[in-house]
Structures are given as C-alpha cells and as structure tokens.
Design a protein around this ligand. Structure first.
Ligand code: DQA
Length: 158
C-alpha cells in the first residue's frame, strides 16, 4: 500500500520532470567494500560513499540496495524495472555467471548501466564475460567508486 502511494506521488512529480528516480543495485560481497581486497576495491565503505553521492546528486531520488542473493537481485530488478528512470547495476561475481540476472535486465524497461569498480577486462579471463552487458545501456568499469558517479551522470545527462 505504502509502495503504491509512493509510486503515485513519484509518478506525479516525474510527469512534470521534477525528480528522476535512480537506484544502485549491488551484488555479492560488495557489502564488504572497505574491508575486502582494499588493493583492488579501496578502503571506503559503500555506505560512506553513498552519503556523499547523494549530496552530489541532490536533485535526484537516489536509492541503494545490496544483496548477496541472486534471486533477491532479480526480485529488485522486477520491482523497480518498469518505473525507475535508471538502474545502476554492479552484479559483482553474478555478472559473469548469472543467466537469470541477464534475463531480468532484458525483461525490464528501465535503462540499466552495468558498473564495476575494477577494470574487469584487465583481470582474470572469467571476468571478461558479462551476461548483463548485451542488454545494458552501457558499461562503466575501472574507476573505483567513481564508476557509480559516472553512471549516475550518464543516466541524467539524457
Ligand atoms: C566487480 C568485479 C567482479 O568481477 C567481482 O566479482 C566483484 C566486483 C567490480 O566492481 O569490480 O565482486 O563487480
């Protein structure tokens, strides 16, 4: 019910072009940013970065979801994928393995930007394939946490 009311309110504002809704969806192990392999992913937690990102893009309704569970990521894509103005998806390891997440990206209508903090093409061969990229609007990889900021810019500069 609350979700429906929110949708109606946002839909009203969106129809006047007031506020874009963009969500960042992070996949497995990204809840450990700041602690996990800092030489690759840096020393900052995503929660800390997200506070600043929201300030930089205060004109948009920016939200964030993280899950280590493939089905939860698919459910979230279904939930937001016909309403939001953009989805920034770092499916992490599932990028390279999940036909299900790839199919979900294909099924929805919101534009999806695939994001990676590391340059996956300069890493192991198994990170070179993406099940998401063929149906993504674009791919941004290799700029650390700034990959997310670049993805937001790419979605709002349309
Ligand atoms: C990652 C790259 C993936 O290959 C890896 O499995 C991750 C993070 C990145 O943001 O660089 O967990 O998506």
């Amino acid at each position: 019910m609350i979700f429906q009311i929110q949708s109606i309110i946002y839909g009203f504002f969106n129809s006047f072009g007031v506020m874009k809704r963009i969500i960042i969806i992070n996949g497995p192990n990204l809840n450990l940013l700041g602690k996990r392999e800092p030489e690759i992913y840096g020393e900052r937690s995503f929660d800390d970065f997200f506070i600043d990102l929201k300030k930089v893009f205060s004109e948009i309704d920016l939200s964030y979801f993280q899950s280590n569970i493939e089905g939860e990521i698919i459910d979230k894509l279904h939930e937001v994928g016909f309403q939001y103005d953009g989805i920034i998806l770092n499916a992490a390891a599932y990028t390279h393995t999940s036909v299900g997440i790839g199919d979900a990206v294909k099924a929805i209508s919101s534009p999806v930007v695939e994001v990676h903090m590391s340059n996956t093409l300069s890493r192991e061969d198994y990170r070179h394939h993406s099940f998401i990229a063929p149906n993504a609007k674009g791919v941004i990889a290799g700029f650390g946490l700034q990959s997310y900021a670049l993805a937001v810019r790419s979605l709002i500069s349309e």
